[in-house]
Design a protein around this ligand. Structure first.
Ligand SMILES: [Zn+2]
Length: 450
């Protein structure tokens, strides 16, 4: 058994953190979560009990990054100045995609996932579409790039949901994939399913899921094939949705309806589906998403970086869509920033404060994100759940004097000191135990761009 004594811990269904909590785990599962004092502040001089590791600060459940494209990490700092928009950014992204192979992708993803571990992310949803070799020729193992991502997450010490994306066309009009896009394509949805069926990683830290890249990349008549595959296997299904008004316009022109309506008509929506972004839904789209209990993954730091706009987060939550969070392009890897941006962006849009409470933001960053990735047994400090712990210091220049309940409005990823994933310590004293993150990021990005 492993034991930790948290100065504060955020327990399920609590409006604020609880002081002095003894947390015990066996075989990667929480076996006891016990508050030691009944008061509102830590008891002076509570001694470390036996072999318990003391965790000063606030301990949270594991954070789930529900939307990642690992190779986008190479673009950080390279696409942010000057003019341009989502589409010009995409051209640069394609140039990196054109260069990677399984070895260089393993190195880059390992470093990117280790950066996530440092930020308190214990599980990542990799929306993976860089499947094939240059020109679209499959590798000897057609899932070699998927295998590289699985290995990268193992090295970084975090769990992975590999959301294997069908990416078949270059536009809603069914245009053929061209240039670097050809690496993404399997030809049609049946061949996509055949390839994915052949990938059966046995590793404990990985689960599979499906993705529809977008209505731009999967023809309407093939949407049900991907959705049906996910449904048959009981796996999560993710889809980029209405990140740009141009996608809505193109979909209306081609199909006479919004992308959300198109997905609804082809059986894509539902409680196992997560729509990523949903930045520009109509009122009818919000109702379709909410009524079907389709989740929405917001990626505010990417949406601001790409000048996408601000999605109607509060309206979507009210309509019935569970909200999760993703770092997407990794312009920023910081789920505290993503979480508070959900509230702060809503303030900018409405010029009113107070849309999301702290508990809602914690929930989005933890339990809802894990559920969206198919891990219904993670994201809560509760007996039986996976032993994921993320400790945030309360004595940094950013967090000193901040009440524990206010951490999501004050802390950054740099304030994470201790991370445990499935009972194993991955980060201690703010350092990754197995990956030299800055060096490996620098080297792998240089290699990916060379
Ligand atoms: Zn994305």
């Amino acid at each position: 058994m492993t034991r930790w004594l948290a100065e504060y811990a955020w327990l399920p269904d609590h409006a604020e953190p609880t002081p002095d909590v003894l947390i015990e785990a066996t075989d990667g599962r929480l076996t006891a979560v016990t508050p030691l004092t009944g008061g509102g502040s830590p008891a002076a001089g509570v001694e470390v009990l036996g072999d318990a590791t003391r965790l000063p600060g606030l301990t949270l459940p594991g954070l789930a990054n529900a939307h990642s494209h690992a190779f986008h990490r190479a673009l950080r700092g390279r696409t942010h100045d000057g003019r341009g928009d989502f589409w010009s950014w995409r051209d640069l992204m394609y140039s990196v995609a054109a260069r990677l192979d399984p070895d260089s992708y393993l190195a880059l993803a390992r470093a990117a996932y280790a950066e996530m571990a440092l930020a308190g992310i214990t599980c990542v949803g990799e929306f993976h579409y860089l499947h094939h070799g240059p020109g679209g020729t499959p590798y000897d193992d057609p899932n070699a790039m998927s295998a590289a991502l699985v290995e990268a997450a193992a090295h970084a010490g975090i769990r992975l949901t590999l959301l294997d994306a069908a990416y078949l066309t270059g536009g809603v009009d069914g245009a053929e994939l061209v240039g670097p896009q050809r690496r993404f394509g399997d030809g049609d949805a049946l061949r996509w399913a055949e390839r994915v069926d052949a990938f059966r990683p046995a590793d404990e830290h990985v689960r599979l899921g499906a993705a529809i890249h977008s209505v731009r990349a999967v023809p309407a008549e093939q949407l049900a094939t991907v959705a049906g595959w996910a449904d048959r296997h009981g796996l999560p299904l993710h889809v980029h949705l209405s990140e740009q008004p141009a996608e809505n316009d193109a979909c209306r022109a081609a199909h006479g309806c919004t992308p959300t309506r198109l997905l609804a008509d082809h059986g894509v929506l539902g409680r196992h589906t997560t729509a990523v972004h949903a930045t520009h839904p109509t009122a009818g789209d919000v109702a379709l998403l909410g009524d079907s209990r389709t989740g929405v993954c917001l990626c505010p730091t990417t949406e601001r970086d790409l000048a996408d706009g601000i999605g109607p987060a509060r309206r979507m939550a009210e309509a019935g869509s569970p909200l999760s969070l993703g770092s997407d392009s990794h312009a920023v890897v910081d789920l505290f920033e993503e979480a508070r941006a959900v509230e702060l962006d809503e303030r900018l849009r409405t010029r009113k404060r107070g849309h999301f409470g702290a508990v809602e933001l914690v929930t989005a960053a933890t339990v809802t994100g894990h559920a969206a990735l198919g891990w219904g047994d993670a994201g809560r400090l509760a007996v039986g759940d996976r032993a994921d712990l993320v400790t945030v210091r309360l004595d940094s220049a950013r967090t000193a004097g901040v009440p524990p309940v206010g951490v999501f409005f004050a802390a950054t990823a740099a304030d994470v000191t201790h991370v445990v994933v499935d009972g194993r310590t991955v980060v201690a004293d703010g350092r990754h135990l197995t990956v030299d993150v800055p060096t490996e990021l620098g080297d792998s990005i240089a290699a990916a761009l060379s």
